[in-house]
Design a protein around this ligand. Sequence first.
Ligand code: GDP
Ligand code: MN
Length: 391
Amino acid sequence: MDLFEHQARELFAEHGIAVPDVEVVRRPADARGAAERLGGRVVVKAQVRTGGRGKAGGVKLAADPVAAELTARQILGMDIKGHRVREVMLARPVDIEAEFYVSYVLDRAAGTFLAIASAEGGMEIEEVAATRPEAVARIPVDPAEGVTEAKAAEIAAAAGLPPAVVPVLRALWRVLVREDALLVEVNPLVRTTNGLIVALDGKVTLDDNARFRHERWGGGEGEADGEGQGGGDVGLDPDVDPLEAAAAAKGLNYVKLDGEVGVIGNGAGLVMSTLDVVAGCGARPANFLDIGGGASAQVMADGLGVILSDPAVRSVFVNVFGGITACDAVADGIVRALESVTLTRPLVVRLDGNNAARGRAILAERAHPLVEQADTMDGAARQAAALAHAG
Ligand code: GDP
Ligand code: MN
């Protein structure tokens, strides 16, 4: 989950990093008073979860409170790379002497964290990184050691940053660790004309697996104001697939894919194999859905509901290996799910493992015209692929 700039700024401030004074408003009329309280001249900044706001016209200087209101009116409602601006942050301007870039990011490929820093921060950082990679220092950070005084000095020296950034580099690492972030980025980190180091922008991506520890950011089931500014704002965030959002709302472990064979299985490993087997039969899986030990009719109905609401799906393959949750319980779940879900496309079920015979008998007795059974995973995949192509 990405935080908004003003939320990142709040975290930076809590961890001792200097940031500008700001106010956040949602209505142009509120910008005037906010600007007055901030001293008159302000920077008006779109609050959207994407970068490049400056280049898109989402960051503008306003000379006085009246101009601030006009500028806020321009920026509010703007579309920046598919993100609608619902809030603007007004900031007391800072006189910049130099702009730096600093970030910490989880480098999954290398299995470590990486400090990325440059003395040439600002809006052109991507251009700098592409054309002169030597101007961007990349220093691995061992998470067990963290950013010590020595490590911070090493990062600063490698990037050609002044020693005054060392405490900021250490504080920024504390933000990453304490807030369970996968990315913290400050661009620009500036040296002001009076020699202070100030974070003028902030991007923080929190680890969704730790969301329960950071409930202050909401982002789960919508927000108090109902405006859908949180991370999981179902249906409002253009970054979230609507089927995935619907599945997440039901607590399902679902990932949308591009194919035509819907897939339901129990256990992530089995579902991954199922995707491969479907692909091996010349069809394409439409999704990943692991119902885990969820044999309940409700989970099965929820899963079928999401899969069948995908118009690309032509057939559905339910692949279950009964373990602690036995096949008869799964079969019962399917039968009861069929009471609440109208099956609009064929379902191929493969039950194996614990109580497989009993499970198959339950399905056979139900004899739903659109439900077929298969003895093996390969056979079931072939059947599902053939039905998808025929349908
Ligand atoms: P981004 O384009 O989304 O990364 O938005 P930023 O918050 O980084 O703002 C874009 C640019 O506006 C920065 O790189 C700065 O050059 C400039 N800027 C932002 N705040 C101030 C400020 O207080 N004073 C000055 N002089 N420039 C600012
Ligand atoms: Mn920036």
